[in-house]
Design a protein around this ligand. Sequence first.
Ligand code: PEP
Ligand code: MG
Length: 591
Amino acid sequence: MKIDDQPIPDLPTRVMTGTPVSPGIALGIAYVHETGGLSVIEYCVAPEKVAAELERFRTAVRHVAQELKTIAEEARGLPEQAAEEISYILDAHAHMLRRSRLTRGVETLIAEKGINAEAAVKRQIDELVAAFAAMEDLYLAARADDVRDLGQRLVRRLGHEEATAFADLPRQTIILADELTPADTAQMDPHRIAGFATELGGVASHTAIMARSLGIPAVVGVAGLTKALAPGCTVIVDGTHGRVILNPTPDQMEEYRKGRAAALRRARVLHRLRGLPAVTRDGRRVTLMANIERPEETNAAVIAGAEGIGLFRSEFLYMNRDTLPSADEQYETLKAVVERMDGHPVTFRTLDVGGDKLTRLFDLGTAPNPAMGLRAVRLSLARPELLRAQFAAAIRAAVHGPVRVLLPMIGSVGELRECRAHFREVYEELRRRGVKMPETPPPLGVMIEVPGAALCADALAREAGFLSIGTNDLTQYTLAIDRSDEQVAHLYDGMHPAVLRLIHFTAEAARRARVPVSVCGEVAGDPRFTGLLVGMGMAELSMAPANLPLVKDAVRHMLAPAAEELAIQVMRRADVLDVRRLVADFNGESI
Ligand code: PEP
Ligand code: MG
């Protein structure tokens, strides 16, 4: 795609700010347009896929018709007047779904213009809304709302079923949206999607983590973004400084092109560290591993010089699909990762859905507080067949190289014991069936990401094969700050003394029990934290592959005793500003 250096004449240049969540600079064309109504991406459907696209639309129509019927049935229980009013509206909606101007128009657009169903619905709805709104009769003019509502229903239903919408976008697309889910982000191809910006979302959300993993520059929490958009305009997303520029001036384009070139040069310099060990100046070795969400990211981990996969977020294997991945399928996936890592350990974390990580395979939406509800290992224990399938996959994959199994959101020793009982049973069952498997079961470790688990880390360390500290959730739950809520993003702080004390307590517990401990939350990939974590005794850190060279550079510049002294001093402070000052001094930075 050619990006024009000339701004669109009537469109103001707008510089907006948000939370930088994935570094780098992207320059491209905006592809999501939000006007407070329907937000859809328009793309061309290949001629041979038009028939399937028509069928997709018809299926969505059938589903929505069914949805309306269900709502109508439920509405019968309402007080008489409300029930009557609602049934009238629902009738009108149902009527529009039959062979109406709406459905005929959408089908014609798909068939003749070759555009995707969502965009066809949007175009047709916009046309109908304009026609209704122009009517003199006030009653009829108000029907525009019904049309809009129905359009939203159809688009939502289509989005639910469409797993690969981003796959057809042209190169250098910048996605602008009110919100993107981790499942949406997992579908982004970094060769096509140059960057994204959203109005909602926090720095430690899984959408942000996914963006870092994919190396896609991103800014979230950009207030007013969706109101300011113009389709097709040029956009700069500066994921390092948290800026989004709509319709930039030629000077701004030039400045950002230079910035991008400089960043690439820096990345090349850091890449030279790839073959060198992560060792402090006085010889303390630190093992740097990679976090991955999808098996395809293993390559990036190898290229970055990772000495293993410290966290494989298996829940992403459950997203954007309609059936559960079987034990066999997960075994094949994990085996490929294990083989690619060529003797380095791979840490397979069992299903961690819930919170901001949703998949349509589990209906977790009605819990009053999903972040604290039936999620992660709690869901796995409620449905042990899920856990057992994953255990079987991991045990079998361990034949091909070292595998470790990690349990998310463990809150008590009891949960670990319950999981371990399943683990042993699965191991014995596989042995009885004569399945090829390792001599000894892979180590079974626990995430320390719930404050209660951190405070019981001594008990957990006595029974777990290893501990892995998840600072993302640990920060969220310790400080009671939703990691994906942009309104409180400024309060989310991994350097808060309460969080650091829990990390320290866990590290000490692991040291006393002689159990390996590592950090796999986002702070592990933030070089500002490296001295502190090494000083607390962490010998293993796991992070997004792109951050690995930065952290290695930090390790190679430090002295272990100085890092230990830093940790001692920090543990004496209860004020986050004091902590920041000490850490900045150590890193030779100013705050
Ligand atoms: C964490 O909570 O720190 C972690 C690594 O797990 P996730 O980010 O997947 O919740
Ligand atoms: Mg977590």
